[in-house]
Design a binder for this molecule. Sequence first.
Ligand SMILES: NC(=O)c1ccc[n+]([C@@H]2O[C@H](COP(=O)([O-])OP(=O)(O)OC[C@H]3O[C@@H](n4cnc5c(N)ncnc54)[C@H](OP(=O)(O)O)[C@@H]3O)[C@@H](O)[C@H]2O)c1
Length: 308
Amino acid sequence: MAEFPFWHILGAGSIGGLWAARLHQAGRAPVMVLRHERLAEYQGLHIEQEGLIPVAAVSSATPTADIKRLLVCCKSTDTLAALSSMTRSIQEDTLIVLVQNGMGTYEQVCQRFPANRILCGTTTHGAFRPAPFHIVPAGEGETLIGSLDSSEHPPPSLTAEIESLNCPGFVTRYVHPILPTLWRKLAINCAINPLTVRYQCRNGELLNIPRARTEMAGICSEILAVSRALGRMEGIENLESIVTAVAHQTAANHSSMLQDVRAGRTSEIESITGYLCRIAQDCGISTPLNNALYQEILTLQQTLPSPL
Ligand SMILES: NC(=O)c1ccc[n+]([C@@H]2O[C@H](COP(=O)([O-])OP(=O)(O)OC[C@H]3O[C@@H](n4cnc5c(N)ncnc54)[C@H](OP(=O)(O)O)[C@@H]3O)[C@@H](O)[C@H]2O)c1
């Protein structure tokens, strides 16, 4: 066995591609799994200001026997279809790690691959993709990964496997339990991303629009009501201040939800606000502001023209 465990990466976009490049630069020999139709145009990953990084790639349609560890960095909306396109390569002992915004995909993937160990994570790294396989890094952060089964104490070998994803330029840690981290990220995304679509503005501009600020406060109190009912208050007691600080820190950014809606792509609203609204309904908690934003963005997605 190699000194470092060997990873396949599905979802070679901004985050998955950048991570693959950093692992390659660290000598970990990752292999990207691409849509079959993308393979012919792939010549390596172009990382802005660094040049071409020759990360290996295979087609998702070609059965591959040796996939033991699969890192999935697709958008939540694409994850199940992407995994389903390579079922012949996913064995019962393939470890699947989902790193994405939003929640709810984990349950779908568990249902589709009931025998597999599935972990979840979230990242604060930033990157964007002006063209396929051309990635512009946009800020180093941290990636936290763990099990959503909080009763399961992670074996040290699992922690070591995950920490083999840690490399210069892509700090990664195993965290147990991971649920508070994912829930906190969901709460922040719910309070910023859909409002940037409603007001068609950058994250920081929300703080200068009095009506948006009032709505942000209302969204935070709805999320806190749901969090209290679920006993998930850890790390979000002062949610409104956290959200305000994140909007300040990311003031110049256009949220990915706004970018998706403007480009006519399906956004991750379903796994962000949609997920929150479904959980709230299950708890019998009313979330009218979140429900209205959810419906508004679904409607916008349906009315805007799709990309060619
Ligand atoms: N970008 C950021 O700065 C950032 C920061 C924090 C969190 N995130 C989260 O990280 C996740 C990934 O975001 P991203 O910005 O990296 O997205 P992205 O640039 O759109 O990359 C997604 C990748 O998934 C691939 N994909 C989709 N369906 C596939 C399929 N059926 N088979 C194979 N590949 C498939 C896409 O390939 P095609 O190009 O062929 O469609 C694309 O390369 C999202 O949940 C996002 O919210 C992103």
